[in-house]
Design a protein around this ligand. Sequence first.
Ligand SMILES: *Cc1c(COP(=O)(O)O)cnc(C)c1O
Length: 431
Amino acid sequence: MKYHSVLNSSPTLSFREALFAGLAPDGALLVPETTPRLLSDAGRSTSLHQIGLDVLSLFVDEIPNQKLLSILRNAWNFPIPLVKLDEGIFLLELFHGPSLAFKDIGVRFMAHVISHFLEHHHQELTVLVATSGNTGSAVARGFYNVPNISVAIFFPSEKISRLQELQMTTLGGNITAIEVEGTFDDCQRLVKRALADPVVQRHRTLTTANSINVGRLLPQIAYYGWSIAQLQRQFGVSESPLVVVPSGNFGNITAGVYAKWMGMPLRGFIAATNANDGVIHYLHTGEFVPADTIRTISNAMDVANPGNLARLQCLYKHDVRLLRNDIDAVSISDEETIAEIRRTYETRSTILDPHSAVGVAAARKAQQWMTNAPPIIVTAPAHPAKCADIVQEAIGTTIPLPSTLQESMNRPTHTITMPARYSEVRRLLIS
Ligand SMILES: *Cc1c(COP(=O)(O)O)cnc(C)c1O
């Protein structure tokens, strides 16, 4: 498989090159040259790792299948269960990895693949990441102590939870946490600019671990197949599900759309957003109107200008009517999110994190609109303890912190603070 820029369809990079480059030479996002079809029984295999192999062997030419399977087993050493939440609504719990958010799934695959390639080529690599909260902690934990790699994480000042901040700033070692006096979109802009800066490239080999890297995006396709396998086997449901994906930068949902194009039986998608809902207007009009980022309680989804939209537009040849056949979008307010956390706790004794609650609230709306609604899977992106303050206030009781989170609260922090100015970023990277 070759990868090319969303702006220019001439095939340019191999998987390995795409993984290390992060972005195309023209600074735009990379996409696979074609969307491969799965063999008829692939993607419905009996294990997550086998589905991962079925999917990723079609995208990664440079790693033999046996090695790829062992990478997947090491990277995904935690369960991804599907649980029934309510009549017709299932939760795919993507948060059982070390940082307690779904980003572990893509990030850990990427870290293990990079480590595999570096072993062979004796390279040093700097990984740049912009985070609205959970990417940073997943990347910090996924890459911590991986040899020959240093990581710089850019996060917006005072816009992420204390716990998310501590998960990135307390590791030290090869992990540098940079607090930017600005928004997530500022952080993303700074990282994109550094990746395309020839001056910095003379000093370092750079890549990014944002969801814009194909090394993170593609592995996420696998769990869509795994959710269908579980729906059929555990719950005897064979109808194709609708999938509700709580969305920020739209990486997760883009992986789901690839899964559908590859032939997995998925009915379609609903992007559940918070107040940062520019995509709704886009789906209606075909025009994306840039807006300022709005701060919400589902802060990992506070993204005004979702990077992966460019990939979806490329896939659907910029025809928003075609895109609309597969994707709808629903915006959920903070009040509705809190009400959903409370309602699900009171009626099902299940504690949702705010991001998952945005998804469940959207799923309930979809059920109401549709006559004969299909089964709905909500991808649950984070463990409730990651946003404990908000959750505890909503349900009126305390929830225990998992031990990994408890540990990070007690360690000293290492943070560099800077304004949202590119010259500062360049100075740091060439020093
Ligand atoms: C990253 C993240 C999201 C948004 O995912 P995208 O792939 O950027 O759309 C939603 N919820 C949580 C908890 C996250 O960490």
